[in-house]
Design a protein around this ligand. Structure first.
Ligand code: KG4
Ligand code: ZN
Length: 329
C-alpha cells in the first residue's frame, strides 16, 4: 500500500510516499533560513512558508517516487503537537486530499513519529515493549512503548527542551540558528570536561534551564575580562554539549535499568548530535540496542509520519475522521 505522509508541525514542510515501510520519496522544504535573523522559529513566518510550499513538496514527493495521486491508499498527517498555525496547514491539506481522493486519513502524533524513525525501510525490528527517547527542539522525553497506540510518558524535561537550550546558548554566543548543529560543529571532545557544567536530573526527569544560565553567566564573565576568544568559546561549548548529552544518556540508562528493557528507539533533531550518537553506541551492553535512525530521519520529515500512520492503520485498524483537528499540545 502507498501512504502519503504530511508533516508541517514546525518549520519543515514535508511530504513523503512510502510503499508499506519503504521510503520511496521524502521531500522537505525548511523555512529555517527565514527564521535565522530572529534566532528562533517565528510562527507566522512558518505558517506562511507552509502555505507557499505544501503543493511543491507534494508534487516533489509524487514526482520522485513515480507514484500518481490516485495510487495513494492512505493519508497520514501530523496533527499534534506543534505550532497551531503550522499544524492547521498540514491537517487541512490532508483532510482535503482524503475527501477528494476518497482515501482514509490518519492523524499522527509527531513525537511518536520520531520514535518510529528507526523502523522505516525495515519493520522486522518492531518488537514490543521498548523505550522511546525523543530529544528535539521542543521535547526531551522518555516513553514506555508497549505498542504505538499504548505509549506511556515516563520522564520529561521540567523546563527547556534539549534542542531549545542548544539554540538559546548558540544565540547567546553569536552562533547561527539552529544552534545544535552549530555547537556540534565546534565541539572538541578533548575539552568535554574543561568546565564543570551539570544538568539537573531527578529520576527520569531532566532540567536544562540551570546549565543555560550557567553558560550565559560564564560568557559574560569572560567577556568582562576580555577573554572570550574563539578557543575559550570552544572549551565552554564543548563542556556544555558533553554535560547536556551525558544527562540525557544517564536518564535513558536509568529508565532501561528501571524497566528492564534492552531496546531504546531514539528520535528527534538532537539525535543528529555526534556526541550523543557516539555515547549511545558506547553505552550498549550485552543484548542492548539503541536504535539510532539515519540522519535524514532524525529531524522533522514526513517519512516518519507516513511510517507510523501506516503501522497504526495496517496493524491497529486506526483511522481518523474528517473532523480531525490540529492540537498545539
Ligand atoms: O526534531 P526537530 O527537527 O524539530 C522539533 O520537532 O523540534 O529538532 C530540531 C532541534 C533544534 O533545536 C536543533 O538545534 C537540534 O534539533 N539539533 C541538534 C543537532 N542537529 C539538530 N542538536 C544538537 N546537535 C545536533 N547535531
Ligand atoms: Zn520534531
Amino acid at each position: 500500500m502507498y501512504t502519503l505522509g504530511i508533516e508541517t508541525s514546525c518549520d519543515e514542510t514535508s511530504c513523503a510516499i512510502l510503499k508499506d515501510y519503504k521510503v520511496l520519496s521524502n521531500v522537505t522544504i525548511s523555512s529555517l533560513r527565514e527564521h535565522r535573523k530572529y534566532g528562533g522559529v517565528v510562527p507566522e513566518i512558518a505558517t506562511r512558508a507552509h502555505l507557499k510550499n505544501i503543493n511543491k513538496v507534494l508534487y516533489g514527493a509524487l514526482g520522485t517516487s513515480g507514484i500518481s495521486l490516485d495510487k495513494i491508499g492512505l493519508i497520514a498527517v501530523t496533527y499534534k503537537p506543534g505550532l497551531i498555525g503550522s499544524l492547521v496547514v498540514g491537517v487541512n491539506f490532508a483532510k482535503a486530499l482524503s475527501y477528494a481522493l476518497k482515501k482514509p486519513l490518519i492523524g499522527v502524533n509527531h513525537l511518536y513519529a520520531h520514535i518510529f524513525a528507526s523502523f522505516l525501510n525495515n519493520d522486522e525490528k518492531l518488537e514490543f515493549p521498548f523505550l522511546g527517547l525523543v530529544v528535539s527542539g521542543g521535547h526531551s522525553e522518555i516513553y514506555y512503548v508497549k505498542d504505538f497506540d499504548k505509549i506511556k510518558l515516563l520522564g520529561q524535561t521540567q523546563d527547556d527542551a534539549c534542542g531549545e537550550v542548544f539554540d538559546k546558548i548558540a544565540k547567546a554566543y553569536g552562533l547561527d540558528y539552529p544552534g545544535g548543529p552549530a555547537i556540534d560543529k565546534l565541539f572538541d571532545v578533548r575539552h568535554k570536561d574543561y568546565f564543570k557544567f551539570k544538568c539537573g536530573r531527578s529520576g527520569l526527569n531532566l532540567s536544562f534551564s540551570g546549565i543555560k544560565t550557567a553558560l550565559i553567566y560564564k560568557k559574560m564573565e569572560f567577556e568582562k575580562k576580555n577573554l572570550l576568544d574563539k578557543n575559550t568559546k570552544v572549551k565552554l561549548l564543548s563542556s556544555f554539549q558533553a554535560a547536556s548529552i551525558e544527562a540525557v544518556v544517564s536518564a535513558i540508562l536509568e529508565a532501561k535499568a528501571q524497566y528492564k528493557l534492552k531496546v531504546v528507539a531514539c528520535g528527534g533533531g538532537v539525535v543528529a548530535n555526534s556526541y550523543l550518537r557516539k555515547r549511545l553506541k558506547e553505552s550498549e551492553g550485552k543484548g542492548d540496542r539503541f536504535l539510532i535512525p539515519p540522519l535524514e530521519y532524525t529531524a522533522d520529515n514526513a517519512a516518519i509520519v507516513a511510517g507510523l500512520g501506516f503501522y497504526l492503520y495496517n496493524k491497529k485498524g486506526k483511522v481518523s475522521s474528517l473532523t480531525l483537528e490540529a492540537e498545539a499540545n
